[in-house]
Design a protein around this ligand. Sequence first.
Ligand code: AMP
Ligand code: MG
Length: 341
Amino acid sequence: MRVTIIINMRDGVDERKIRVAGRLILEGKLVAFPTETVYGLGADALNENAVRRIFEAKGRPPDNPLIIHIADLKDLKKVAASIPREAEMLAKKFWPGPLTLVLPKSEKVPYVTTGGLDTVAVRMPAHPVALALIRASTPVAAPSANISGRPSPTLAEHVVDDFYGKIEAIIDGGPTWVGVESTVLDLTSERPTLLRPGGLPLEEIERVIGEVEVHPAVKGKKVDLAKAPGMKYRHYSPKTPVVVVEGNPEKRLEKIRELVEERRSQGLRVGVMATARVDADEFYFLGSTPEEVARNLFKALRTLDKSGVDVIIAEGIEEEGLGLAVMNRLRKAAGYRVIRV
Ligand code: AMP
Ligand code: MG
C-alpha cells in the first residue's frame, strides 16, 4: 500500500498544488491527472524507472506503447527525431486537443515508453490542469488511468476505484469533457494512417491533410498484430457481459426492448444504455448527440457494471464524427457481440 494524496482542482488550476504534483513527477512518482479526453496516469516520460511503474500499476503489457504529453511545441523537438510537414499543419490546427501523432522517436525517449518501437506517440492535451502539470515538470507519459482492460476513467472517482493506495497522487479536476481517448494518427508510414479513432473526428483531419488511410485493425479486421501496437489487447471491458445493438435508430430501440423482455423472462437483471428511454432494471441515458454519447460512454459502462445487473445492452450509433470512436470502444467492450437490425 502507498499513501495516495487526492488533490482537489475542480475549481481550476491551483499553482501551489501544481508545483507539488510537478515535483512528484520529477521525483519519478505516479500522478493521475485530468485531460479533456479521459484521466491519464502520468510519469516522467524520459525516466525509464518511472515509466516502468506505469506498466506495473496498470498491469499493462510492456509492448503496448504510451503517449507522451507535452505543453509546448519546443518539446515536440525533444521527443521526435523529425517533424514532417503534415505534423506541423495538424499541430497548428488541432493542438492543444485530442489528436496524437506518431513520429520517429528521438534518442532521449527510452524504449520502455514506446513499447520497444522506434516511433513515439505525442500529443498536447487541452485541459488547463494537464498543461499546468506538464509545464511544472517535464513531458509526461500517460496512458488512460484505468487497470488494463477496464473502461477508461472520466471522473477522479474512477481513478480512485482502480488505483487508490497504488500511486502517489490523483488530481481531481471534475469530469472530462470529450470522454473518449485521443485520435491516434501515424505519420511514419507511407501515407497518414488512422491507428485509433478518438476525440478528434477523422473528417476534421482529412479536411487539413486530405485522405487518411484507416488501419485494417480499426475496422475490426484480423491483421498481423505485431505490426499494430496496442491493437491486440482487449479493452474497455466491464465485468458484466455487454451486447451491442446497431442499425436503424427506430429498429434498434425496438430490438433492445425485445431483448430486455427476453432476458428478464429468463430471470436475468438487465441494464440498458441508450439514446432514448427504455424500461429495464437499470437504465443509463447516453444523450442524444454523438458528442454526448462519447462523454457518457465510459461512465455508463462503469455505472451499470457496478449496479449488479447480469447483462448490459448498449445501443450503437452511426459511425460518423465521434460515432466512429464510440463504436470502436463499444464493440470492444462487448467482445464483438453485436446484433445488427
Ligand atoms: P492509451 O494510452 O491507453 O490510450 O494507449 C495508447 C495507444 O496509443 C496505444 O495503445 C497505441 O494504440 C497508440 N500508440 C502509442 N504509441 C504508439 C506508437 N509508437 N506507434 C503506434 N501506436 C502507438
Ligand atoms: Mg487505455
